[in-house]
Structure formats: structure tokens, C-alpha cells
Design a protein around this ligand. Sequence first.
Ligand SMILES: O=C(O)C(=O)C[C@H](O)[C@H](O)COP(=O)(O)O
Length: 211
Amino acid sequence: MAVNLTALQVMQDAPVIPVIVLNDVAHAVPMARALVAGGIRMLEVTLRTPQALACMEAIANEVEGAVVGAGTVRSPQDAAAAVKAGARFAVSPGYTRAVGQACRDHGLSLLPGVATGSEIMMAQEDGYTELKFFPAMQAGGPAMLKAWSGPFFDVKFCPTGGVTQQNANDLLSLPNVACVGGSWLVPSDALAQGDWARIEALAREASQLPR
Ligand SMILES: O=C(O)C(=O)C[C@H](O)[C@H](O)COP(=O)(O)O
């Protein structure tokens, strides 16, 4: 059994957590190797496709240096399936007590998604202090994070949603941002073309973002 990771360790490993959508199990291992070669090890594979669990399993078993996590965790069942597939952390687009409890029961670090003060307070009540701000750019971006830094001075965020290599700095420079998340590191056309070099280059560029 792998040693448990904390949510803070997941956030601090690199400036960006890639949000990955995979439709083909054959893409999983070469894609993950490309990200790791580019300096990105924490890999969020979203549970948005029927192949996602098999992809996580392949990465967990075959890619040295990769730490696979599950994205789009929306239920206790999702959390259980993710653990079984080898996920070492979970990310959810929103927060429910049931998802929080299931992740705790499985020893799975969770970055719960929040977009309002009430959601932050509910996650904090349940002991979560490292949170995903989703959808970040659509829901207020850097200005929202600056406003939250007053009352929620003890929370660290991973803004995700509408983040790009170009705007990531505006977020990473904020003291309450530990990292950002985004899908731009793994474009669907690069996957379809098997363009692993492009994914590696995007990862390298992202891993060098200052914070
Ligand atoms: O699937 C999930 O669990 C999500 O919460 C959504 C993703 O984090 C965003 O869709 C990523 O946003 P983009 O980087 O703008 O593509």
C-alpha cells in the first residue's frame, strides 16, 4: 500500500495539476510518461469517460514517478472506484459531506471544489483547508481569491477552470494560491495524434511557471 499523500503535498509538487480526459487506454501510459518527463508528476485523470478507471490503473502500474489522482469525483462510489484503480488523491468539482467522508474512509486526499463562501465554510467544518476553486476564471478569478484571502486567511486554493499558460501567473502570484489546475497540458488533438513530444513540451513550460 502506497504511503498516503496530503492534499498540500499534491498541490505543492508542481505549479500545475493537469486535468486529463482520456478516451483510449492506449494513450494513458505514453501521455503520463510525457508529463513526468516534462516535470509534472501529479496527474488528475477525470472520471468523465468509461475508460478513465482503466487508464488510472495503467498509469499507476506502469509509469514510474507518476502519482495518479481521480478528477470529477462526485460520489462515494466514485471515490471507492478511484482507490481501487490506484488513485492516490481525488479532486471534486463541488463538495458534499458524503464525498468528504468517503475519501477520509479510504485514506484518499481530497481537493474539494468550492465556488462560494458557504461552500468553503462547509469544507472547512469537515477539516478541509486545501480547496479547488472551480470554475475559477468564470466565478471571479484573481479578484475573488483576493477577496477570500481576508475571511479565509487559512485556506489554500487550486484555481481550476479557464486557466491557461498565459493567465496562470495572475493566480500563482497570489499568496493563497498553492497551484493551479488545467486541461491545456493535454490537448485532445495531441492525444489523437500521439504527439507525446508536444505534451512533454507543454508540461515543461507549465512546470517552470514561477510561484
Ligand atoms: O472534471 C472535473 O472534475 C472538473 O472539475 C472540471 C475541470 O477541472 C475543468 O473542466 C478544467 O477546466 P479547463 O482547464 O478550463 O478545461
